[in-house]
Design a protein around this ligand. Structure first.
Ligand code: UTP
Length: 290
């Protein structure tokens, strides 16, 4: 991979969010709030904090509220100013999002994560780029993207975030071959959603990647899986036949907010991190579990 800075991030947001129906029938999963901020904004902020300048959403017509969320809202701003609520302006225009540009690419048919990523080929050219799945929420310092970027800057190779998972959940994830990962590790195999008895390890990809633009050639050649989807995992398995890909064991907490369990856990965790409500929420939880 040529040595270039990572300035672009792809955020695929075109999925149906079926695990969260009926909430996701008319509201994008990525717009569901954790406390008072939509999930997608956590991912955009994580990208911006490591120096990403351009956010490329892979989206569709049912997700228009995502584009509205990242657009200027002049009427709301005027209202906040005229009604003496200027202090809220920073909430809708946080400094951290000021330098970003946004692009929106339509994914007409939901043919999988790999297909979604492949649609951004012309926007990426030959630069390495980040991928963030906004339904995975990471809580750590440094952030998950920061940890990946440190590895990328050291090795100048594609790098994917991985974490240890419970065997009950293995069939939901891309699982890597190695059992013993002393991070960062040169990936030697990855398989999408294996059954627990066939899984090569209990270490799975989590939703953050930095990828070489060569991945687009591999995505072109990946065949649809049994469910008719083009999997990013299959393209990564193909990429490692040609060039090194590193796996970086993520240090921190990760919540799969596309599932009810993960979403509620993340909400409780962030509520307890929020000084303005922490005390009340702690005593509320104590009261209801006692
Ligand atoms: P998921 O499989 O977690 O999302 O895809 P989903 O399909 O929306 O959720 P369920 O399983 O039906 O509940 C991971 C990410 O990839 C995006 C999703 O929006 C999510 O952010 N994605 C998935 C696409 O953009 N396009 C696709 O065709 C599939």
């Amino acid at each position: 991979m040529s040595i270039k800075k990572v300035t672009k991030a792809i955020l695929p947001v075109a999925g149906f969010g079926t695990r969260f129906l009926p909430a996701t029938k008319a509201t994008p999963k990525e717009m569901l709030p954790i406390i008072d901020k939509p999930l997608v904004q956590y991912a955009v902020e994580e990208a911006a904090l490591v120096g990403i300048k351009e956010i490329i959403f892979i989206t569709n017509h049912t997700k228009a509220s995502i584009e509205r969320h990242f657009s200027k809202s002049s009427k709301l701003e005027e209202k906040l100013i005229s009604s003496n609520k200027k202090h809220h302006l920073k909430k809708i225009n946080p400094d951290i999002l000021q330098d970003l540009t946004y692009k929106y690419i339509n994914q007409e048919d939901q043919l999988g994560l790999g297909h979604a990523i492949s649609l951004a080929k012309d926007e990426i050219n030959d630069e390495p780029f980040a991928v963030l799945l906004p339904d995975d929420l990471f809580i750590s310092k440094p952030s998950c993207m920061h940890q990946l970027l440190n590895t990328f800057n050291k090795y100048k190779k594609s790098v994917i975030a991985v974490n240890k998972i419970h065997s009950d959940n293995i069939h939901n994830y891309g699982v890597i071959s190695t059992k013993d990962i002393s991070s960062p590790y040169k990936l030697d195999g990855i398989i999408e959603k294996p059954s627990a008895d066939k899984a090569p390890s209990n270490i799975a990809v989590c939703g953050r990647y930095i990828l070489s633009s060569d991945i687009f050639n591999h995505l072109q050649n990946v065949k649809k899986d049994h469910s008719g989807e083009i999997q990013l995992t299959d393209a990564i398995q193909s990429l490692i036949q040609k060039e090194d890909v590193m796996a970086c064991l993520y240090e921190g907490e990760k919540y799969d907010c596309g599932s009810k369990k993960g979403y509620i856990e993340a909400t409780i965790k962030l509520a307890l991190n929020d000084d303005s409500i922490k005390k009340d929420i702690t005593s509320f939880i104590r009261d209801i579990v006692e």
